[in-house]
Design a protein around this ligand. Structure first.
Ligand code: EPZ
Length: 480
């Protein structure tokens, strides 16, 4: 078990460089299965989710070569001996999937990380078969994959779900017109699976209601580099003219807009002045609008954003929605910010209606967050796998759930426990602003999606360090 010890109350000041995007890296690594020659990916963030995807690909028979770079950062040991250490970060990765030995990833990978399910479309398209476990439950609420399966079935795949395993077969997929919109809007990884599969289908596929997240456009650019013929990237209608084969190629990932927004929020919540570099400001528009509503001053350059504020934060009223809306992956961090506003805020989530496990932990730091209101409605739809049953059913669908936050002047330190990736980021933000010392536990959640966060925050002046169970035993005098 690892935890952060954070002494809050210091304004963060300085410049940091954004890492490559986790939610571009994972789909693109899965899509490497489509390539008949090696691919090289650069600006790959050092995250446990990336490691999981690489291990999954290796378990299918892929050859993975990691190029590394090092950068010097102040290690965050709590022993106050601030030594400079060289941190080795995979910078580029070369993957060769031309001779896979399996099309059935092990359950442990999909249980550990839902994005593993993105190998289904590429395996089916490239090898005509795939057996992929259904992703298990998730801490941020129900996450079905019915749209993924429906999309692949529309391309002519025979799909069966047997004992939690998706078994897909198709001699050759065929182009089709299909929609990927569900009760909560488009699906990001559903678009990934179907877009990848369509690249090798016979004929043309029109995907309507495709997700338009920047990570989808980055995947599309990668696939076009390999020889795919995808048009309409960045729009809700993608046209994919299938080809016989995809080659190899090199691609640099886009910046992680959620990491960048989290680092900017760290500057804002501590009343500091932070610049995030090597990021596309256009990918942050909705979040920067919210920061401006909260009273932030924002200065945008070609590939950087600087943020600061003069007065107290102002309350907001926002609902997280699919891109280009306010990202659900920033919902928790915005609740942390609103906890210090000079008034009452309402923050809702229309994508993941049960994504509020950070709320009780933020309350431990002194935030006044009232109960979660659930909004509901009904919708009719085809059930999961058309190959199995085609009945239409009326299903109650939670639309958006939200919280009311009465801002306080000051938060205070406490021991808090992270429940998922973005919840951990929100707790770190609140701790940076809180008076006194906070311990944030269960850092394995954070390490899934933030590369070297404590080093980046320390370079901005934060007092933050990571303790391992060993450190804690030594500190308790129970280990030499
Ligand atoms: C992606 O998840 C991201 N993950 C998530 O980021 C992000 O929160 C989410 O998109 C929304 O932006 C990756 O890119 C690896 P969805 P995904 O399918 O694709 C419903 C993070 O913190 N739905 O777009 O799994 C679903 O229940 C992670 O980095 C169906 O009903 O999300 C949800 O309510 C967390 N049927 C909504 O659609 C389906 O078949 C959007 O989900 C698929 C989804």
């Amino acid at each position: 078990m690892q935890r952060f010890t954070i002494i809050g109350g210091r304004p963060l000041v300085g410049r940091v460089v954004a890492s490559g995007a986790k939610n571009a890296a994972l789909p693109i690594l899965a899509a490497s299965i489509l390539a008949s020659e090696p691919i090289t990916l650069s600006r790959v963030p050092r995250l446990t989710d990336v490691t999981t995807m690489l291990r999954l690909l290796e378990s299918l028979g892929a050859r993975v070569e990691k190029g590394t770079r090092t950068f010097s950062g102040q290690s965050a040991t709590c022993a106050d001996n601030r030594e400079t250490e060289n941190v080795r970060v995979p910078f580029s990765i070369t993957i060769d999937t031309h001779s896979l030995t399996s099309t059935a990833p092990a359950e442990r990978f999909v249980q550990r990380m839902r994005a593993s399910f993105c190998v289904l479309g590429p395996l089916l398209a490239r090898h005509g078969r795939a057996s992929v476990p259904l992703p298990g439950g998730c801490r941020i609420g129900p996450r079905p994959v019915d749209l993924h399966l429906r999309g692949l079935a529309a391309l002519g795949a025979d799909i069966r779900v047997v004992d939690g395993l998706v078994i897909a077969r198709a001699a050759r997929l065929r182009g089709a017109r299909l929609s990927l919109v569900g009760p909560h809007g488009p699906t990001v990884t559903g678009t990934v699976n179907v877009l990848c599969a369509a690249t090798l289908a016979r004929g043309t596929t029109i995907i309507q209601g495709a997700a338009i997240e920047p990570e989808i456009a980055d995947l599309g650019r990668f696939l076009n580099t390999l020889g795919a013929r995808i048009d309409g990237l960045g729009t809700e209608t993608l046209e994919v003219r299938g080809v016989e084969q995809l080659g190899g190629g090199a691609h640099e990932l886009i910046a992680d807009r959620i990491e960048a927004a989290t680092l900017l929020a760290a500057g804002l919540i501590t009343a500091g002045r932070v610049t995030v570099e090597r990021v596309d400001p256009a990918h942050l528009t909705a979040v920067l609008d919210v920061f401006t509503q909260m009273g932030a001053d924002v200065d945008v350059g070609t590939d950087r954003v600087t943020i600061w504020r003069r007065g107290r934060l102002h309350p907001i009223n926002v609902t997280a929605r699919p891109y280009p809306g306010v990202p659900t992956d920033m919902q928790a961090q915005l609740i942390a910010l609103a906890s210090l506003a000079d008034g009452t805020s309402h923050i809702a989530d229309a994508v993941f209606c049960e994504r509020f496990r950070h709320v009780p932990q933020l309350r431990r730091l002194g935030a006044h967050i009232e109960k979660i209101e659930k909004g509901t409605g009904t919708i009719s739809g085809q059930s999961a796998t058309p190959a199995v049953n085609r009945r239409t059913e009326i299903v109650p669908v939670p639309f958006a759930s939200g919280v009311t936050i009465r801002g306080v002047a000051q938060l205070h330190g406490a021991r808090v426990v992270a429940s998922d990736l973005r919840a951990s980021a929100a707790l770190v933000l609140a701790a940076l602003a809180a008076g006194g010392t906070t311990h944030v536990e269960r850092l394995h959640h954070l390490d899934r999606g933030y590369e070297g966060l404590e080093q980046k925050l320390r370079s901005l002046g934060a007092t933050i360090c990571r303790e391992t169970s060993r450190d804690l035993l030594v500190a308790a005098g129970r280990l030499n």
